[in-house]
Design a protein around this ligand. Structure first.
Ligand code: SF4
Ligand code: SF4
Length: 500
């Protein structure tokens, strides 16, 4: 076993209000500079919808992530974006890259017109101009163009996760007045089997040993952009000014001093949790070779129990500090993913083993209206899941590689927790029915209380359990300032010179 530590994340989607504060907090700090205007290391999408860049989930087109090749006896993982024959050619021409139209042409407004317009009867206006060319531009797309289902079903119907839904299920989603949606905040998943790292011909991408954060060495990056194709989540961006690729760095300069990443700290809905997971790096590749429906379970087998003495001993042998091990034992991510099993990876079928997990939204299940009357979930508990406004099949496409029974088990547990808590305060619930729900949701009063506590009332210390990494340790383990000269893009050696 090769035990590694990973700073990992959970996003609780029932709590996301789609305010985009996270995106702006990230942009203000990291991508508010020339060449990076169109980048959103953190973005929030409305689902169903086509996302950013447009249709990023369409791997038939973008060829991101890994595919399984070989026979059943000896399956192999191969990058979808490259093979031995065409990887050299694709250095010079890659038809699977997103273009500017798939993102959007960043724009600002010609504010000087407001000040310099001659006196007249009409109010002066500031026309939109491209931030790339400076020329007037017709705005045809933006990073949140289909936000809050604006324009739906024009955009939402193109969501590729709707494939395979019956007419009735589509009607459930798109019937006006019953239309339903959810928010999906996205950052780099800091994957355990990152296809971006495997694809880089220059070796510029790497996964940090001490905390699993995936970074691009800016001095080594040659701007080949193979990583942009290979990342199935489209979370690597090309800086047109510097000619290098860039991505989310999980605010590692903050993490190293025990602080919270910007998008996490600023989250208005408090949907975000951050903590350490221990995992067995020896088993990552094997675990990602199983059939789609078994991938979530397979990923869980790679994540280790931080209370197991054998795991702790192996972790220490691998140089993982006591502080990291303690953080893994207190990790809210471990509770959601492994203990309660209600947080799932996004599109695990891309086989990059994403280390960001989502608690799927329950609200649409509870909000089903039939003939103008809200269904009573107590009576309908066992059937309401099938008729939920966001079809189980759709959620399964997002969070369990199509395994609907996994989504159902998460939903049942979430519903059981909600009705258990309600039963304590309200006299309107049948005790027999609630205990039946608890059985069906495979939960207990103790577990329900713990889930409720971490979901609804967590303190900041419960949401973010961050082991502090000493700056000197981080420099030593991630880059040698003598060699890299601030190649992480953040100028770590410059930061040291500046006494930060
Ligand atoms: S999500 Fe992040 S770590 Fe995973 S493949 Fe994409 S860029 Fe790499
Ligand atoms: S700040 Fe939090 S609540 Fe607001 S959009 Fe981002 S993840 Fe959702």
């Amino acid at each position: 076993m090769d035990i590694r530590a990973q700073v990992s994340m959970v996003f609780h989607l029932d709590k996301c209000i789609g305010c985009h504060t996270c995106s702006v907090a990230c942009k203000n700090v990291w991508t508010d500079r020339p060449g990076a205007e169109y980048m959103w290391w953190n973005n929030v999408e409305t689902k169903p919808g086509t996302g950013f860049p447009t249709l990023w989930e369409d791997q038939d087109h973008y060829k991101g992530g890994w595919k399984v090749t070989g026979n059943n006896a000896s399956p192999k993982l191969e990058l979808r974006s490259q093979n031995k024959l065409d990887s050299f050619v694709k250095l010079f021409y890659n038809p699977n890259q997103p273009g500017l139209d798939d993102y959007y042409e960043p724009w600002t407004y010609k504010y000087t017109d407001l000040f310099n317009a001659p006196e007249g009867d009409d109010q002066p206006t500031a026309i939109p101009i491209s931030q790339i060319t400076g020329e007037p531009v017709a705005i045809e797309a933006g990073p949140n163009w289909d936000d809050d289902l604006s324009g739906s079903p024009i955009y939402a119907e193109n969501d590729i996760n709707l494939e395979g839904l019956s007419d009735e299920e589509r009607e459930q989603l798109f019937e006006i007045e019953r239309i339903s949606m959810m928010y999906l905040p996205r950052i780099c998943n800091h994957c355990a089997n990152p296809s971006c790292v495997a694809s880089c011909p220059s070796g510029a991408l790497y996964k940090r040993g001490e905390d699993g954060i995936v970074l691009i060495n800016q001095d080594v990056c040659k701007g080949w952009r193979a990583c942009i194709s290979a990342c199935p989540y489209k979370k690597i961006y090309y800086n047109w000014k510097t000619g290098k690729s860039e991505k989310c760095i999980l605010c590692y300069p903050k993490l190293e001093t025990g602080q919270i990443p910007n998008c996490f700290q600023s989250c208005v809905g408090r949907i975000r949790y951050l903590g350490v997971l221990l995992y067995d790096a020896d088993r990552v590749a094997e675990a990602m070779k199983v059939p789609d429906h078994a991938l979530v379970e397979s990923q869980r087998t790679v994540i280790c129990d931080p209370f197991d003495e054998k795991i702790v001993a192996l972790a220490k042998k691998n140089g993982i500090s006591d502080e990291f091990i303690k953080a893994a034992q207190l990790s809210p991510v471990y509770k959601y993913v492994m203990k309660w099993k209600i947080a799932l990876p996004l599109h695990v079928e891309y086989r990059t083993m994403p280390m960001l997990f989502y608690v799927p939204p329950l609200l649409p299940v509870m909000g089903k209206v039939d003939n103008g009357i809200y269904e009573n979930p107590l009576e309908q508990f066992f059937t309401s899941l099938e008729k939920s406004r966001l079809p189980i099949k759709y959620l399964a496409r997002l969070f369990s590689a199509g395994n609907e029974s996994l989504i159902e088990s998460v939903m049942k547990k979430l519903m059981a927790v909600r009705y258990y808590k309600r039963s304590l305060d309200m006299a309107d619930l049948d005790v027999v029915m609630v205990s039946r729900m608890m059985r069906e949701g495979a939960t207990t009063p103790e577990e329900a209380e713990a889930i409720y506590r971490l979901t609804a009332l967590p303190t900041i210390d419960e949401r973010f359990v961050i082991p502090e990494i000493q700056m000197e340790e981080a420099i030593e383990s991630t880059c040698n300032p003598e060699v890299c000269k601030g190649s992480c893009g953040l100028g770590m050696n410059q930061k040291v010179e500046r006494g930060l």
